[in-house]
Design a protein around this ligand. Sequence first.
Ligand code: RAT
Ligand code: ZN
Length: 423
Amino acid sequence: MATLVAHEAKPAAAAGAILSMVEQALQAIPFIDVHTHLFQPSLGSLGLWGIDELITYHYLEAELFRSCPLAPEKYFGLSKREKADLIWRTLFVENAPVSEATRGVVAVLNAFGLPTSSPDLREARGFFEAQDLDAHIDHVLKLAGVSEVVMTNDPLDPAEAPQWQGGAQPDPRFRPVLRLDRILNKWPEHWEAIAAQGYRVDANAGNAAEVRRFLADWCRRMRPVYMAVSLPDTFQFSEDSIRARLLAAAVLPACGEFSIPLSLMIGVRYQVNPRLKLAGDGLGSADLRALERLCADYPENRYLVSVLSRENQHELCVYARKFANLMPFGCWWFLNNPSIVEEITRERLEMLGTSFIPQHSDARVLEQVIYKWRNTRRTLAPILANAYQLLAFDGRVPTREEIERDVTRLFRSNFERTIGVSE
Ligand code: RAT
Ligand code: ZN
């Protein structure tokens, strides 16, 4: 009887201690941000930062039109400053900024000691204009608890490609990724840009070997940590399409040759409302049998996978249990809300243990990493602690070292192993 009491008392006493060990590990271990839209300064002016970019983030633009009667066409005709002023007034002055995206701006202002409820953006503008970008990047990454961020680099973007071709200096804070959307999703509009770079390709993508050569040359130039593509909810593999042909004959072999994974972000319904531009995409539940085929038929390739629909999350976990070459990552875009992050992360822990990457920021504006990673830590601490608490109830109290090892695995080494680097 005495033993039974001791067994039951131990975990209950450990609850507070477990939560604080988890919180400490989440604070102390720097994360790798495995997918963003940030850019290293050596790529010129592509990187977005500062208050006007933060306020005009497309997540907030979508929210603007729900609270302001202005037609999108009129909004997009405004200058960046005018847009930011309108969004600030509408979503931050006339309404309480309680949505995830608006709250994020408040958290960033607060992190820099700026006023969070002023009637205009004057003081915030003054602060950001006074920053030296390079030192500011270091400061922001430190505040976010992130050691490096992974970029999204498009070899067919006329503003970006020349920077790489001119030999952009690598920056250890930013890791490149070869993004394939224009190639795999919009071949008819973009094949001529590949031809213009000296490859013998045509409108039907008949010459996949030349596309592979293009990818290989860009891998040598960019040294990407992975290749990536976002895919519609209608994505099928295999099928009779340019995308499926290029995946099989150019992309997967090139990933194999350079020993890098392919990231698949599945479930976008592109331009559901084109009037909203970047904010106009929606989502749909996808048929993940396409993923099954890729994992099963190309077992030597590795895949980083994020799915946009909530309905696909459980299925993704099941596939990850079947295929060790599949690494689920992140709670992407419309999923990046505490209630949904909590649900998805619990499910992943229950089904996959610590063999997944819980989150990425998808930041488009530098300072967003501050709030996105702060929110991730805040949401995940009780979830992880709860998993250890259940373990304690079942008879094993985790040590600090075990918790630190797990947090390192979740936020660093699962990614490093998938890209082929081991710590
Ligand atoms: O989450 C987003 O910001 C989206 O606009 C997309 O950029 C998406 O993350 C993607 O990489 O396609
Ligand atoms: Zn993204």
